[in-house]
Design a protein around this ligand. Structure first.
Ligand SMILES: Nc1ncnc2c1ncn2[C@@H]1O[C@H](COP(=O)(O)OP(=O)(O)OP(=O)(O)O)[C@@H](O)[C@H]1O
Ligand SMILES: [Mg+2]
Length: 467
């Protein structure tokens, strides 16, 4: 038994009736009408959504082409099959270009039209399903400012939308610039805490001796320099969300306090003996492998379990290249508006390079490169040579894999050196002010801090930073 709703439009009574019976015998729900006018009336009727319209092409007054048009206007996914006579085949071909599914030529056997009907209805239900899924995913998991349609990103968005409705602690992992903070923000601003504060703390950038006091506060006299009571960042995040970035950088003593908070919702300021109840949600983020830190004993296992309740992993951009065109389009619009430039596009070669580059700095790097390219471009179409990256080298790697690797590591080394030098230079120029330096270099303070650590940069100045 087949299922589906069919409208048969045929002005010859015998033909129409036999078609209606043939379809009905197969299990379809069928309606038969004797004119194009009546067909259009039904198609425009409120509850009439047909899966398939089978219409004679040549009819008096309103013909099959008009029925086709009306059917597609009323519901674009409705399929239309035409019945033609020999003389009208060229019109039928035209009709297919206009969106008809297929045609059968008179005289035909019932088997023939039944086969066409079956296929057309299958196609329609598949189309409906895809549309439904696309619409569902788009509406359900849409967050403002988060772009991506790769399977990996849809999965991320799905979990994100689920955790918004909960109070669970979330661990967001991913390389630098993959959007960890963006996801954390989305969770906060789509949760019932959205009217409360969203506090971001880079645990690694807190001076070690002040880590506990910054997070949990201290009481007067608890250590030299503690001249008055101080409220910690946790308390600043009352009724809101706290993003503990680089959670792997917390000291053992801080980890104990975090564990206690996750167990009882209480914190204890340094030097204080009274516990304070704090209502805040924790989102932790890291770009290192926390599992490894647990194995090596650097990070408490019990705290890891408490934090790793729900994990959202952001894959690097090179593993979801299909998101690049969408991101490019999104950033182009933002950047041209910000820089007050006219519409810009990338040439085919430039786009090819953007698609093929490895993006070690992920989405932030793409954003920065694009901003520089747009700022420098004088034409509407930005070409490959206007993109400030050693892109050709990456895109044109056509040598053997072994050589590729060597070349790549060579490029990476030189890039690393350049990067290190740029950071040192900027730190010296801005007296070690990391916020300023990050801004100048177009990276986040977290990334800057990470790079300072990676390259073991010691500034001549005391590295100062306000968190
Ligand atoms: N899916 C996305 N759609 C649009 N913009 C994005 C997306 N992901 C990241 N971005 C943008 O890229 C930049 C970097 O994102 P974010 O700061 O969240 O990364 P991160 O993972 O926290 O990086 P880091 O580890 O360096 O702190 C931000 O400007 C952010 O808005
Ligand atoms: Mg970040």
């Amino acid at each position: 038994m087949e299922s589906g709703k069919i409208l048969v439009v045929e002005d010859q009574d015998a033909m129409r009736e036999s078609l209606v019976i043939a379809f009905r015998d197969e299990g379809y729900q069928v309606e038969g009408v004797a004119s194009g006018e009546e067909a259009i009336r039904r198609l425009n009727g409120n509850n009439n959504v047909y899966d398939l319209v089978v219409t004679d092409l040549k009819m008096k007054k309103v013909d099959g082409l008009e029925v086709l048009k009306a059917a597609k206007t009323a519901s674009p996914s409705t399929e239309v099959a035409l019945i033609t006579a020999y003389g009208t085949i060229s019109t039928a071909v035209q009709a297919i270009r206009d969106g008809a599914y297929d045609y059968v030529t008179k005289p035909f056997r019932h088997q023939e039209i039944l086969k066409v009907a079956k296929k057309a209805i299958e196609k329609k239900s598949l189309k409906d399903r895809v549309r439904y899924l696309e619409g569902e995913i788009r509406d359900k998991y849409r967050f403002e400012g988060i772009v991506g349609s790769s399977n990996a990103m849809l999965e991320v968005l799905k979990i994100t939308s689920q955790v918004c409705r909960t109070e669970s602690t979330v661990l967001v992992t991913g390389e630098s610039g993959t959007g960890k903070e963006l996801i954390a923000r989305a969770i906060h601003y789509n949760s019932h805490r959205k009217d409360g504060p969203f506090v971001v703390i880079n645990c690694g950038a807190l001076p070690e001796n002040l880590q506990e006091s910054e997070l949990f506060g201290h009481v007067r006299g608890s250590f030299t320099g503690a001249i008055r009571d101080k409220i910690g960042l946790f308390q600043h995040a009352q009724k809101g969300t706290i993003l503990l970035d680089e959670i792997g950088e917390t000291l053992p003593s801080t980890q104990v306090k975090l564990l206690r908070f996750l167990q009882d919702g209480e914190i204890r300021p340094v030097g204080g003996n009274k516990a304070i109840y704090v209502d805040t949600r924790i989102i932790a983020a890291t770009n290192e492998n926390l599992d490894k830190a647990v194995e090596s004993g650097k990070f408490r296992k019990d705290l890891f379990y408490r934090i790793n309740v729900i994990r959202i992993h952001l894959p690097p951009l090179r593993e979801r290249r299909e998101d690049i065109p969408l991101l490019v389009e999104y950033f182009l619009e933002q950047i041209t508006e910000k820089l007050k430039k006219g519409t810009r596009t990338f040439s085919k070669e430039a786009m090819h390079a953007l698609m093929n580059y490895d993006w070690p700095g992920n989405i932030r790097e793409l954003q920065n490169i694009m901003e520089r390219a747009v700022a420098l471009s004088r034409k509407d179409i930005i070409d490959l040579d206007e993109i400030p990256l050693p892109l050709e080298r990456f895109a044109a790697l056509t040598t053997t894999p072994m050589e590729d690797e060597k070349r790549k590591s060579f490029i990476v080394t030189t890039l690393a050196e350049q990067e290190k030098n740029a950071i040192i230079e900027a730190l010296n120029k801005y007296s070690g002010n990391q916020t300023k330096v990050a801004q100048i270099l177009g990276i986040s303070t977290t990334t800057l801090w990470r790079k300072i650590k990676k390259y073991r940069i010691k500034s001549q100045h005391e590295i100062s930073d306000k968190i």
